[in-house]
Design a protein around this ligand. Sequence first.
Ligand code: NAD
Length: 431
Amino acid sequence: MKNKNEGKKMLESAQSIIKSTALSLGLDAFVIDKLIQPEMVHEFSFPVSMDDGSKRVFKGWRIQHNSVLGPYKGGIRFHQDTCREEVQALATLMSVKCAVVGIPYGGGKGGVMVNPKELSKSELERLSREYIKKIAHFIGQDKDVPAPDVNTNPTIMAWMHDEYEKVVGRKEPAVITGKPVERGGSLGRTSATGRGGVIVLKALLSKLNKSTTKNFVAFKTSELTVAVQGFGNVGYYFSKLAHELGLKIVSVSDSKGAVYVQDGLDPDATLNCKREKGTVAGCYCKGSVCDIKYGKSIEKNNILTLPVDILVPAALENVINKDNMKQIKAKIIVEMANGPITKEAYDYLSKKGVIIIPDVLANAGGVTVSYLEWVQGKQGYWWSEDEVNEKLKEIMEKAFDDVWKKSKNKNIPLKQAAFDVAIERIVKAME
Ligand code: NAD
């Protein structure tokens, strides 16, 4: 369970990597301070009427970290354990993520301390509307553009968007992204994060196949095995698209269990099975057939230490840590969740030669298609799903290439290279 201390740790770790990157780039103290301090912190409380006629007060934040490259951009999370420090850390990482992929945004993040599962649908709607009323004058399509995050979704974005337009008294289709398609959302947004992860993984594999290193000799994509922790939105689309690329998905997990299918499982059949059973546990699906003879159940945490080539944490933060880092066997880790590897485990695995595609690059497909939704909303002209996917591919491939080149030129891991690329871009725009 998260608490203020964990939020503090997360903030310290985000600030520490920015600081060390800035120092290595020879930036002066003023610039480093500018990169670390948020430009604006909105902290507030607001009352919400409950269904029984009572009222409750909720605490909320919108933190605007850096706007040098464009309007602030970042999701709104509803979580009982969120706190100012966590929201600030996430806003800081959004500045980096947007700069890594080269989209014209700064970083922001919002949060409300609430367990949305304890609210009825109408209470949730009232809370969402009251929250956005509180920040309506600080956001705007050219100022700060919120989106969904943990426990918020397109329906909640639609409520917030509607309330925002009532407050400002005009239409503003691009002020919030992640809206339902019928309300100005973009085609391709649902699969975007998983798709972006597979695009950068494919780019990495192609580079590795060309340059044999001590850990890698030439390989066939179809020989590579993959384990995906978390079979939710991101994990499912990642598995599906990696499977289509020819990779062998041998294991997937969710909060209730994990399956292992040595010859590779079928993500679509597994999703259908999960929908029926409520979990992937027991879903041994090859082709369109699910049968126990194909696989076995494993303890959900053991997915992380399976002897696979590629490990994809796509569920929670800090899951690869000092307790299991020595048992990790994968040669490549794709950080699809935010912050799935602790600093200690990251240092250990990097030293061991494990290639880690960092979250600020690997999971940036989501914010990239949010950007494409914003562009479509501003111009009032909508692209087909293929057009959106093609633009996402272009942006992600370029971002990977920039980070890869930096990593090779400076002989540094991809994560350090991603922060270098991002900070250089932000600082250049500050000059
Ligand atoms: P989701 O809620 O759709 O899926 C999360 C999945 O993780 C669920 O299947 C859940 O059962 C599983 N899970 C929870 N605890 C687990 C455990 N202990 N072991 C294995 N599985 C477990 O969420 P999502 O949108 O897929 O997001 C996943 C991660 O990706 C989060 O860290 C999120 O911050 C990050 N992310 C998401 C997006 C996006 O566009 N959705 C963008 C960037 C980053």
